[in-house]
Write a protein that binds this ligand. Structure first.
Ligand code: NAD
Ligand code: UDP
Length: 311
């Protein structure tokens, strides 16, 4: 039997895409990274050019593309609230048209396709922790809706391509992930706090900091992503770290690791900011035999080292 090994990673120069590309290249597979460089960074992939099996294409997923591949990892989409809210109409277009184009490609060439979905499809959840059966509580008209509703319709599109055309889909609901290769101006909480602390700036807490998130180190997340693609599981599945922290706790841990003298600066909580978030990963344990291994402190120390050496 032929081993399928030519990978297309959309959003391949972003935070997660660049880690995935490296991991697949290390496994000896071919990787084509596709990116429009909205939030992607060429620096994230500069070390990958040493692999003869690596290629880069500048392309916007809102336009169709014809290319022979076996596996499509569809990650293209700004993930940080400040970036996806910068041009929300483009965000919706990227998610809908991008997923539509990639599903069309998967159908045409018979490729498997993994959608990078998100915990945001649960909105501001009333069920805690969130399991895959929970249908979410999402505002359709708020500032986060372009992303949340975009990802929800992307899951629907995938499911309809499976039902109508038998496209071999994977739907990965990614919970907050952090690590090296995040942009310094990414705007998400861990990178913001680390960069502020390294620059001796005040740490910006939105609201009173009592809202919670559960943070997964990038290496764990990428292992889960590859296990999912290699599985036969065609329904949505949560991948994330179930250890929950308040934002204030995170700020204190990072402050203590970098500079205990730092001060906090409180800002307004953005509209529709979820109050709590924590994945149930029961399904991932059962189906993929996956669970995260890296503790928050350990992951933060690795991330701080990377940010420090790249600042
Ligand atoms: P990122 O912003 O670092 O990377 C996204 C990449 O997609 C960038 O390289 C960007 O330039 C590219 N891109 C954006 N619009 C594009 C377009 N129209 N055409 C081609 N490329 C485009 O974000 P990330 O953290 O690496 O997230 C990757 C995926 O994972 C996203 O789909 C995101 O929704 C999902 N996700 C991430 C997290 C997380 O915590 N990192 C959580 C949930 C879901
Ligand atoms: N947040 C914060 N300060 C920052 C950036 C974010 O207090 O400088 C808060 C934000 O309001 C949210 C949480 O941290 O409650 C996580 O935000 P992030 O943008 O990382 O991810 P998301 O809200 O999409 O989970």
């Amino acid at each position: 039997m032929e081993i399928k090994k030519r990978n297309l990673i959309t959003g391949g120069c972003g935070f997660l895409g660049s880690h995935l590309a490296k991991k697949l290249l290390e496994k000896g597979e071919e990787v084509i990274s596709l990116d429009n460089f909205f939030t992607g960074n060429k620096k994230n992939i500069e070390k990958l050019y040493k692999y003869p099996n690596f290629e880069l294409i500048r392309h916007d997923v809102t336009e169709p593309i014809k290319i022979e591949v076996d596996k499509i990892w569809h990650l293209a989409c700004p993930a940080s609230p400040i970036h996806y809210q910068h041009n929300p109409i483009k965000t919706t277009k990227t998610i809908f048209m991008g997923t539509y184009n990639m599903l069309g490609l998967a159908k045409r060439v018979g490729a498997k396709i993994l959608l990078a979905s998100t915990s945001e499809i649960y909105g501001d959840p009333e069920v805690h922790p969130q399991n895959e059966d929970y249908r979410g509580s999402v505002n359709t008209t708020g500032i986060r809706s372009c992303y949340d509703e975009g990802k929800r319709i992307a899951e629907t599109l995938c499911s309809d391509y499976l039902r109508m055309h038998g496209v071999d889909i994977r739907i990965m609901r990614i919970f907050n992930t952090y690590g090296p290769n995040m942009r310094f101006d990414d705007g998400r909480v861990i990178s913001n706090f680390i960069v502020q602390a390294l620059r001796n700036e005040r740490i910006t807490i939105y609201g009173d900091g009592s809202q919670t998130r559960s943070f997964c180190y990038v290496d764990d997340l990428i292992n889960g992503m590859i296990l999912l693609m290699d599985s036969n599981f065609q329904k949505p599945i949560n991948i994330g770290n179930p250890r929950e922290f308040s934002i204030l706790e995170i700020a204190n841990i990072i402050k203590d690791l970098i500079n205990p003298e730092l001060k906090f600066y409180y800002k307004d909580l953005p509209q529709d900011d979820p109050k709590q978030r924590k994945p149930s990963i029961q399904l991932a344990k059962e189906i993929l035999n996956w669970e995260p291994k890296v503790e928050l402190r350990e992951g933060l120390i690795k991330s701080i080292k990377w940010f420090k050496s790249n600042l």
